[in-house]
Write a protein that binds this ligand. Structure first.
Ligand SMILES: [Zn+2]
Length: 408
């Protein structure tokens, strides 16, 4: 049992409690937290961990949506238009995947950990990142992904998916949690969706999907027209969309832990449908800025539980949630900046936990997992500004604990 103290403690709970001169007592789980002067009297001989002046204790960040297998991309892929980007992915995919060997992926995971992210939702298209995800001390929700719209390829695609999923299931542990990703409505045949979701129910796995990221996707799903038509004709000899947005969403009924990434073009009916399904929206504003220059309106996020994700390095320059939060402050420029900062931090902690189906992570609360970080501000700060200043000035965590064990 240890006691960690700092000038500030941010719980990220429902009331967004901020305690000055706070502390948290923990083993593998959080035992209690509060004002240092009150708590310390209850424990004689406890190990006290000090922090530098102007430090903040908060729950470890949770990034529910990355693609580690695309970590080799820096400047190769083309941004500015969704179809141009997608074509550049198809063109450079083999090279990028080959370059992303385990050393490169291990290094990216280390960067993520040092930034203060303690839980990651890793979407895996090929299973090439599994060893790195098993080796890291981070909590990993490992989404084996299904993709493929061509009816003639269904059997081969499904058996490849099953092999990857069963490899993940065989390695399941307290901190490596298998899950399922359905790539998107435009790219996965409804039969494959039905069969993979049966497996999700059978093994009680969290499920995620990309949904309505671009206007081209919306046009294709609605009327089999627009920018995606040429793409499908050329690459897949397909001229008709295999599903509609609503039909796609209807397939997820009964899935317990569900998230949809992007939703930039989702209308009110579709957003309400996601609410009815109990789904969390994963908002990746930097990726949206790079690929489509549209994103979900903050009015559509404000009253929902949403999470913040970085997406992969295929559509971002960083996998740090601090960078994502910082950029989101500028992308949602009509919002009050201090209120927005609070909402973004909540989305990067409790929001991520909900998206991944982890009910004991994402806040400082009794009996929650002791996934705790500290960051240190350069100078003193007012209580009403502490979250905003933390987002503006943090690049790395100063301490990282996962399940009570000191990692950094
Ligand atoms: Zn993605």
């Amino acid at each position: 049992m240890k006691l960690l103290k700092a000038d500030w403690l941010i719980t990220c709970d429902e009331y967004f409690t901020i305690i000055e001169n706070g502390c948290v007592v923990f083993g593998t789980h959080i035992i209690e937290y509060g004002e240092f002067d009150d708590i310390v009297q209850k424990y004689s001989n406890i190990q006290i961990i000090q922090t530098a002046p102007n430090s903040i204790i908060l729950p470890g960040l949770i990034n529910p949506h990355v693609h580690l297998e695309f970590s080799a991309n820096k400047t190769t892929l083309k941004y500015g238009n969704f179809m141009t980007w997608l074509s550049s992915v198809i063109e450079s995919r083999a090279d990028l995947i080959e370059k992303a060997d385990s050393t490169l992926i291990d290094d990216e995971i280390k960067n993520i950990l040092f930034s203060g992210t303690t839980t990651l939702g890793a979407v895996s298209s090929y299973g090439f990142d599994i060893q790195s995800c098993l080796n890291t001390p981070l909590n990993i929700v490992y989404f084996s992904e299904i993709i493929g719209s061509n009816a003639g390829m269904i059997d081969a695609l499904f058996s490849d998916f099953q092999a990857r999923l069963s490899n993940a299931l065989n390695n399941k542990s307290e901190r490596f949690i298998p899950a399922i990703a359905i790539h998107s409505p435009y790219s996965v045949h409804p039969f494959l969706i039905r069969e993979t979701l049966k497996l999700a129910t059978q093994h009680n796995l969290s499920v995620t999907a990309h949904f309505l990221e671009s206007n081209e996707e919306k046009e294709w799903l609605e009327s089999s027209s627009g920018g995606m038509l040429d793409f499908f004709k050329n690459f897949l000899n397909q001229t008709q969309s295999i599903t509609k947005a609503e039909e796609f969403l209807n397939q997820f009924k009964g899935i317990e832990n569900l998230s949809f990434t992007h939703c930039c073009q989702a209308n009110q009916e579709e957003l309400e449908k996601i609410d009815q399904l109990g789904g969390t929206i994963i908002h990746c504003p930097v990726s949206n800025r790079f690929l489509t220059n549209t994103t979900i309106s903050f009015d559509d996020l404000r009253h929902r539980s949403f999470a913040l994700g970085t997406d992969g390095l295929s559509s971002n320059y960083s996998l740090s949630l601090w960078e994502e939060m910082k950029n989101a402050l500028f992308i949602h420029k009509n919002e009050n900046i201090t209120e927005l900062a609070t909402k973004l931090l909540k989305a990067s902690t409790r929001g991520g936990a909900k998206a991944l189906g982890m009910d004991k992570k994402g806040k400082i609360a009794k009996d929650f997992d002791a996934d705790i970080i500290t960051v240190t501000l350069p100078d003193i700060c007012d209580k009403n500004n502490v979250v905003l200043q933390m987002i503006l000035h943090t690049k790395k965590a100063t301490k990282v604990f996962i399940k009570g064990e000191k990692i950094v």
